[in-house]
Design a binder for this molecule. Sequence first.
Ligand SMILES: [Fe+2]
Length: 385
Amino acid sequence: MSDKKTDLRKEAEEMVASSPEKPAALSPEETRQALHELRVHQIELEIQNEELRRAQVELEAARSRYFDLYDLAPAGYFTLSEKGLILEVNLTAATMLGVARSSLVKQPLIRFILPEDRDIYYGHRQLLFETGATQVCEVRMLCTTAPCWVRIDANAAQDTDGAPVCNAIMIDINERKQAKKQLLESLEQVRRAVETTIQVLVMAVEVKDPYTAGHQRRMTDLARTMATEMGLSPKQIEGLRMAGVIHDIGKITLPTEILSKPTKLSDIEFLLIREHVQLGYEILKDVESPWPLAEIVRQHHERMDGSGYPQGLKGEEILMEARILAVADVVEAMASYRPYRPALGLDAALEEIEKNSGLLYDSRAVDACLRLFRKKGFQLEGTRF
Ligand SMILES: [Fe+2]
């Protein structure tokens, strides 16, 4: 700095010496005035100098704060070239990868991504430069001790020369992935526990009432195939299957004499039989499960026009799973033998649901059922037609 000052002084003196203007002789008063002006000018320069010095100190402090924030942020930052080479990287990223920051520069980022996940990253980078829109991907990276899940948020940008670059933020999501895995495992445990409970209930029905047991199995097979045909989600189909195999569970509380009565039921007996939906609901309502099993069971005798029981629900008020069970229930019951009557036949069953499609039965469920029997050769298990 002092050398620069000396050079400037020398340059200025040369300029003055080479100036054609010679200073005019000044009177004592003019000399005093000129000295005063010079003094004022000198003080002004000193004040400006001080302001510049302060601005420089503040700039340094801001730079230092920026680098602290950049380096110690709770996320890894990368600037990458269009080809994916690391141009800049913060300390957090280097620490996450367990590699010295200096040895990361000019390395391809892909080298630190697990080989199985590299295609995800290639697709992510390609989309980023093609669309210019922010891209997010989740990949496993080769971190300090073991592969760890990270989320990469990338933005397209330009460097100071206008070349395309990518600014990427890398966030450790290992704990979130771990928590999700544990949650899925817990859900699977609950699912297995519910399945066991359902199996126990199915066995109880089989011992008490073989007709109901066979009906529940065949009807579930049909209902599940209908739900698949209708494009319900795998979770809904699973719940439908669980509810189907025990939809008449409430009947185990009824006397066997009524259930297997070979003659027509009296009005009182019929009213008692109708109670099975509410009883089934009571049995299942406290079973913790990922599906609304108790509600599906309670609603399987509801009808679209509100003429069903026990609550007289209408249309959309009835769960889709219950609407499917209702159609499958009628078809299976009419097509099969009952202690008090011979089988009415599949054709009669299909005519019944076709005639009342949209009135009593959900039309999508009816369409799926008719398609299965008439076009796709579906057969009820253990029945002959
Ligand atoms: Fe029923």
